[in-house]
Write a protein that binds this ligand. Structure first.
Ligand SMILES: Nc1ncnc2c1ncn2[C@@H]1O[C@H](COP(=O)(O)OP(=O)(O)OP(=O)(O)O)[C@@H](O)[C@H]1O
Ligand SMILES: [Mg+2]
Length: 587
């Protein structure tokens, strides 16, 4: 119930539409209930106390006029109620989806590293749709069915008390069946949703990795894996539907027994002269109305159970607490002074009790280039992740200008940092959109200048559409070197005082490497740069080189100074840059 209350908060902005939608539906129900009464009167015109022909014709004419008006009102209200209720339903879906998305943007790297993209996507696309079913269909129908049920009960008892008591006999059985069914159904529907989300996760992964599947000729294997997932959903869906399939016919049958008993008993009452024919016909017409709402309520229970199952999944996203957020009274970063980065006694673990960094101390001086080198898996990228607070350290502190980043405004910290990552991520859109990501309000001039400094302008102009060229999902239509230069252009445009650079290890030709190198030199100028260096030239330019191994700083100094010591750095350096053996792997 707790989840439904939260769901209802999303209806608040639409409450008047919703109330009117339901009100119109209630009037419609009243009309539907009124019509058998008109029919009853119509029949009694011919079966009861004979009246003058003119009188009968006059009553019939009046009835026709009234019915015509009623049906016009009914048509108008039917249109309005459908439109109002759907507007509420889809409005709730839309608002909920936006709220979920906004919340997703506040969640940190840890949240995403523990979840599958496809499953999160499923919650925002499919799961939220239950909102439409609940608010446009289930709730209004519940109100209507309850009104019909009670309204018809009153009418039936008014027509004939004894006969009405008869119709109530199957009720306890029906109620029992519906309660049993609703308990079973919720569990079954939760399973269906989970299975569907699994399919979505596998699909997302496989579509992105289609090249890998095809190049490793793993189609058969993936086909099997997908089949398993798909069939699990099939089984879960069949199980959920079968619950309904078992209970629904039984409920309907019990209701039919009620009708049969009424016919039997009602017929006897007519024969005994205790009940008029018009009344019996009206009674039987209303009887249809009587059991239907109960059966519908049973069906609606199923919808509510699905709603509960989905609400749990949706609200679990909204309930995920952002781990990385501003402290109350977080400080702004001063615009004028230099930006020095310092890590003091930093310990970090992604997984509990599996430390990746140990008591790490390092300093990147303002306006200088500090290089991080070391064997793969040593924790270099992890260090870079701690500065813009993708993760917070488990112990120790990360400071900018002597202030712990956790005491600073998160937005300020990130605004002061430009990141160029190992794995360049570009958005599906034009080159212009992607460069402007660095600064949305940059002028055309500024954008082109950034591209030129990043040595990207020339290749961009070689494209037929220039800056408007669409680069495809994640920039698939660009080469590795082109993507790197675009990400440098984006960082140049951002023009932040701190630059964190995780150089790509993938090899590019010497000419491109030279272009990238030149772009990087321009980028690092006058910035506090922390670079994970994989290229000889960057290392030689660095003011300081820090060697990381297994999460610890093992040595630091300038290139010459470290080379003269003949320790880890000089060993790594020699292995990588042996002239006869062009090894381009990470240093
Ligand atoms: N999200 C994560 N969850 C759990 N462990 C992680 C995660 N990211 C990295 N690690 C682990 O942390 C350690 C350090 O990884 P990191 O990416 O910092 O290495 P690196 O020095 O950048 O290596 P490379 O030179 O290969 O890029 C590795 O052992 C890695 O397995
Ligand atoms: Mg790395």
């Amino acid at each position: 119930m707790h989840y439904f209350k939260r769901y209802f908060d999303f209806v608040k902005p639409y409450r008047w539409l919703w109330i009117f939608g339901i009100l119109f539906a209630i009037i419609l129900t009243g009309i539907d209930l009124y019509i058998p009464l008109v029919l009853k009167r119509f029949i009694s015109l011919f079966t009861e106390t004979p009246q003058a022909r003119e009188e009968v014709l006059r009553v019939i004419r009046d009835m026709v006029i009234v019915l015509l008006i009623i049906y016009i009102v009914r048509a108008v209200l039917r249109g309005l109620t459908a439109s109002f209720n759907h507007k509420v339903g889809y409005g709730v879906v839309c608002d909920l989806r936006e709220k979920l998305y906004n919340h997703l943007q506040t969640l940190s790297a840890k949240y995403y590293s523990e979840r599958q993209t496809g499953k999160i996507m499923y919650k925002l696309t499919s799961d939220v749709h239950i909102g439409e079913e609940l608010f446009a269909h289930a709730f209004p129908e519940t109100v209507i069915n309850l009104i019909i049920f009670f309204g018809v009960s009153v009418i039936l008892f008014q027509i004939n008390f004894e006969l009405a008591l008869f119709t109530l006999i199957p009720m306890p059985v029906i109620a029992f069946l519906i309660i049993r069914f609703s308990l079973k159904s919720r569990k079954a529907w939760r399973k269906v949703q989970e299975e569907l989300a699994d399919i979505s996760a596998v699909l997302q992964d496989n579509i992105v990795g289609m090249n890998v599947i095809q190049s490793f000729t793993q189609e058969k294997y993936e086909e099997g894996r997908f089949k398993t997932e798909s069939e699990s959903h099939f089984k879960a869906a069949m199980n959920a539907v079968n619950t309904w399939g078992t209970y629904y016919p039984i409920i309907e049958f019990v209701a039919a027994i009620g009708t049969i008993m009424t016919i039997w008993f009602g017929g006897n009452l007519v024969l005994q002269g205790k009940l008029g024919i018009a009344n019996l016909v009206a009674f039987l017409l209303y009887l249809g109305f009587f059991y239907n709402p109960i059966i519908s309520l049973g069906r609606l229970t199923e919808l509510y159970q699905r709603g509960f199952a989905n609400a749990e999944r949706i609200f679990s996203v909204l309930d995920a607490v952002p781990e990385i957020k501003d402290k109350p009274g977080a400080l702004a970063i001063s615009k004028t002074c230099g930006k020095e980065i310092e890590l003091t006694n930093v310990g970090f673990e992604y997984i509990k009790n599996k430390p990746v960094l140990h008591e790490l101390n390092l300093k990147a001086e303002s306006g200088k280039i500090t290089a991080l080198v070391g064997p793969s898996g040593g924790g270099k990228t992890t260090v870079i992740h701690l500065i813009p607070r993708f993760y917070d350290p488990t112990s120790g502190s990360v400071k900018i200008n002597g202030v712990d980043v956790r005491d600073l405004k998160l937005e300020d910290v990130r605004r002061n940092i430009a990141l160029v990552l190992q794995d360049v991520f570009l958005f599906n859109g034009s080159i212009r959109d992607n460069i402007l990501y660095g600064k949305r309000d940059a002028t055309d001039e500024q954008m082109k200048m950034a591209a030129a400094l990043a040595n990207a302008h020339d290749y961009i102009m070689d494209f037929k559409d220039g800056y408007e060229t669409l680069i495809g999902e994640r920039g698939v239509k660009l080469s590795g070197g082109q993507k790197q230069r675009m990400s440098i252009a984006r960082a140049l445009l951002k023009d932040s005082p701190i630059l964190l650079l995780d150089e790509a290890t993938s090899s590019v030709d010497t000419e491109t490497e030279h272009l990238i190198q030149q772009a990087l030199e321009r980028l690092t100028k006058n910035r506090t740069t922390l670079v994970i260096a994989h290229r000889l030239s960057t290392i030689q330019n660095a003011d300081k080189i820090i060697v990381l191994e297994k999460g610890r700083v093992v040595e630091e100094g300038t290139h010459d100074n470290l080379m003269s010591r003949k320790t880890l750095y000089s060993k790594l350096y020699k292995v990588q840059f042996k002239p006869q053996e062009k090894n381009t792997q990470g240093l």
